[in-house]
Design a protein around this ligand. Structure first.
Ligand code: PAP
Length: 330
């Protein structure tokens, strides 16, 4: 009898799940779509363009994720150098569990150690060791309610938009080659970027959403720039450690722990590890090595035409300068 009741209960809950899945499929099918070069299909969902195949995971995350105050969320716009802070934040947060000789970064790619929530079928973060360290490209207004309401810290990383375009072009060309899709020029890529109908865009709304929140709630959102990490990695690591409530002790500082973390997470070290030289990330078509390229600030100078620079500068003048946010693009 009890067994019968249980199985009818589980029938009810699985039929509810089916109904919910059907409702999500219907919702996705009703969204405006854009087809283009970079990824075959994007859908306009809650005012941002999302690669359509990621939407079921993303919506499940929005609906079911219950943030804990101890969670840490790492957010970025794609190709802002996210791989680097994933390794850095993981090392800072877990430094009492792992040293440089046994860090999981030696045997796993940073994207495996700190997963993107939208790449993981739900239940995403179940069974993760606390504090749970998660990443996403979702814009601020679309984060799950529980993330915005709770005290869980958010670390946002952004990068000079011109370097981001160049990095993104190289990355997506590699993906296209691996799928035997035709290639496209940087000029075409730039135009696609300006049209904004791809990859968690509009870009400027993404950045300013987190920037404004970091000004209003500095204990909730830490806004980092890739260029600042390059310029002063030790200072930035101290900032991150304080922000997540785990400041480096004097002993650690004197013992060179910060420099050790910086070296372990450097492009040179991570790129040189066997684990990052071949193979694909779980559940994706993405080559692990494609996340490591040059990592140079100002790489755009060798690629981008003056007309593109002028166009980006005038957009920045309008959209971000009034908010006190600047990138060096001259
Ligand atoms: P994602 O948004 O798909 O996660 P993301 O890591 O943001 O990718 O972008 C990769 C960029 O970060 C590459 O920049 P580039 O194309 O200009 O070279 C990559 O080289 C850079 N990168 C990856 N790991 C590091 C690191 N440890 N230090 C510095 N830069 C890094």
């Amino acid at each position: 009898m009890a067994h019968q009741q249980l199985s009818s209960l589980s029938d009810v809950s699985s039929s509810k799940e089916h109904d919910q899945e059907d409702a999500i499929d219907e919702l996705i099918a009703s969204l405006p779509i854009s087809k283009g070069l970079v990824r075959p299909v994007h859908s306009l969902y809650q005012n941002f363009w999302c690669p359509t195949p990621l939407l079921p995971n993303l919506i499940a995350f929005q609906r079911h994720f219950e943030a804990k105050d101890k969670d840490i969320l790492l957010v970025s716009h794609p190709k802002s150098g996210t791989t680097w802070p994933k390794a850095l934040v993981f090392s800072v947060v877990n430094r009492s569990r792992f040293g440089i000789s046994n860090t999981p970064l030696l045997s796993s790619n940073p994207h495996e150690v700190v997963p993107f929530i939208e790449h993981k079928p739900w239940p995403g973060p179940d069974g993760m060791t606390e504090p749970r360290l998660l990443a996403t490209h979702i814009p601020y207004p679309a984060l799950p309610e529980s993330v915005r309401r709770s005290d869980c810290p958010i670390i946002y990383i952004c990068r000079n938009p011109l370097d981001t375009v160049v990095s993104s072009w190289h990355f997506h060309l590699q993906v296209a080659r691996s799928e035997d899709r035709p290639e496209w020029s940087l000029e075409e890529h730039f135009e696609t970027f300006c049209r904004e109908e791809i990859m968690f865009r509009p870009f400027w709304d993404h950045i300013t959403g987190y920037w404004k929140e970091s000004l209003e709630r500095p204990r909730k959102v830490l806004f980092l720039k890739y260029e600042d990490l390059k310029e002063d990695i030790v200072g930035q690591l101290k900032k991150v450690a304080e922000f997540v409530g785990l400041p480096f002790t004097e002993e650690e500082e004197e013992g060179g722990v910060i420099e050790e973390i910086a070296k372990m997470c450097s492009l040179k070290t991570l790129q040189g590890l066997e684990v990052n030289k071949s193979g694909k990330l779980l559940n994706t078509i993405l080559e692990k090595r494609s996340f490591f390229r040059k990592g140079v600030v100002g790489d755009w100078v060798d690629h981008v035409a003056p007309s593109m620079v002028d166009r980006v500068n005038s957009i920045m003048q309008e959209k971000i300068s009034p908010l006190g946010l600047r990138f060096k693009t001259r």
